[in-house]
Design a protein around this ligand. Structure first.
Ligand SMILES: CCCn1cc(-c2nc(Nc3ccc(C(=O)NC)cc3)nc3[nH]ccc23)cn1
Length: 303
C-alpha cells in the first residue's frame, strides 16, 4: 500500500553518516554516505543528493527531480532508494544507489587503455536503452551529456542526473522552457538554442554529442565545448556564443570525427545531428544502428 511504500523510502538523517563529496553541480552536491542504523559500519553505502544554499535550482525543481527519479525503473538509469527529511524538514535529501566506478569521464581518463571500440559501443547502447525507456515514460532529459553518465561496473553505465528532466504534455511533441538558465548549449539541438524547444529528438541530438564524447574517450582537449569555441573564436562572449554556434550549425558545420572513430559510428553521430528534428533517428532505430556497428567490430576486447 501507499503507506508501506513510503515507509521503505524514508532514511533517518541520524543514521546517514557523511563520508565524502562525490560530485558538485549548479544543483548542489552529491555525497557518499553510509546508512548505518546499527552503528557498526555494516550499513550500505549510498549517494545522497542535497540542494545547496547557492542553489540555482529551487526546492520545487528538486521535488520534481525526486518525483522523476522515483518513477524510473530501468537497468540503465541510476536507482532511487528514498528520501531523507533533513533537520526540521528544512531540506529534503535524495538517496540513490552508489555507483562505485564514478563518472564516465573519470573512468575514461583512468581506463582508456583497455576500453576498446566494442566496449564504447556497449556503453552507447546502454545509454540509448536508458533514453528509450525515458522516452516511453514521456520524459525529456534535456541534459544528456557524458558528465551525467555514471559507471556501475566495467560493463555497465547508467544515466545519473535528472535535474533538468521535464515531462512532455500529452497534447504536444515538445517542451518549451521559459528561461535558458545555465544552458549547456554545446550539447543542444538547434531548435533548443533558438526556440528553447526540447523533445525526444533534441535528446537524440545530445545523444550524438555523447557518442562523440565516448569515441573521444571523454578527452578534455576534444570536449564539445572546447571544439566549438576553437571554431567560433574564444574572444566571443556567452550570449552571442549561442548565435555563433547556431549559424555554424545552419552552415552545416558539425563536430569533427574523433581520431580512429569507425566511419559507421561517425555516420550515426551525423544522423543524430540532422538540422531538422524529424530527420533524426529515434532511440529505437539508434539501437539497431549501434547493434549493426557492433557486428562490424570483430576485434576482441581485453576488458
Ligand atoms: C552526475 C552529476 C552529479 N553526480 C552524481 C554522482 C554520483 N556518483 C556516484 N559514484 C561515484 C562518483 C564519483 C567517484 C569518484 O571516484 N570521483 C573521483 C566515485 C563514485 N554514485 C552515484 N549515485 C547516484 C549519483 C551518484 C556524482 N556526481
Amino acid at each position: 500500500n501507499m503507506f508501506k511504500k513510503q515507509q521503505q523510502d524514508v532514511f533517518e538523517e541520524r543514521y546517514l553518516r557523511f563520508i565524502s563529496v562525490l560530485g558538485k553541480g549548479n544543483f548542489g552536491s552529491v555525497d557518499l554516505c553510509r546508512y548505518d542504523p546499527w552503528g557498526d559500519n555494516t550499513g550500505d553505502l549510498v549517494a545522497v543528493k542535497e540542494l545547496q544554499s547557492n542553489k540555482q535550482t529551487t526546492m520545487a525543481d528538486f521535488q520534481r527531480e525526486i518525483q522523476t527519479i522515483s518513477s524510473l525503473h530501468c537497468d540503465y538509469i541510476v536507482k532511487y532508494k528514498g528520501i531523507c527529511y533533513s533537520a526540521g524538514r528544512l531540506s529534503t535529501k535524495l538517496v540513490m544507489e552508489y555507483l562505485p566506478y564514478g563518472s564516465l569521464i573519470g573512468y575514461m581518463e583512468k581506463h582508456r587503455q583497455n576500453v576498446c571500440t566494442r566496449k564504447l559501443l556497449l556503453f552507447a547502447s546502454q545509454i540509448c536503452k536508458g533514453m528509450e525507456y525515458l522516452q516511453s515514460m514521456r520524459y525529456v532529459h534535456r541534459d544528456l551529456a557524458a558528465r551525467n553518465v555514471l559507471v556501475a561496473s566495467d560493463t555497465l553505465v547508467k544515466i545519473a542526473d535528472f535535474g533538468l528532466t521535464k515531462i512532455i504534455p500529452v497534447d504536444k511533441e515538445y517542451y518549451r522552457v521559459t528561461q535558458p538558465g545555465e544552458s549547456p548549449i554545446f550539447w543542444y539541438a538547434p531548435e533548443s538554442i533558438s526556440e528553447l524547444k526540447f523533445s525526444h529528438k533534441s535528446d537524440v541530438w545530445s545523444f550524438g554529442i555523447v557518442l562523440h564524447e565516448l569515441f573521444s574517450y571523454c578527452d578534455i582537449i576534444r570536449n564539445p565545448k572546447r571544439l566549438c569555441i576553437q571554431k567560433i573564436g574564444s574572444y566571443v562572449q556567452s550570449p552571442s556564443m549561442a548565435i555563433h554556434l547556431l549559424n555554424l550549425l545552419k552552415d552545416n558545420w558539425r563536430l569533427p570525427a574523433p581520431p580512429q572513430c569507425p566511419p559507421k559510428v561517425h555516420n550515426i553521430m551525423i544522423q543524430c545531428w540532422e538540422f531538422n528534428s524529424e530527420d533524426r533517428p529515434s532511440f529505437s532505430s539508434l539501437q539497431d544502428l549501434i547493434e549493426n556497428s557492433l557486428l562490424d567490430e570483430r576485434e576482441g576486447c581485453k576488458g
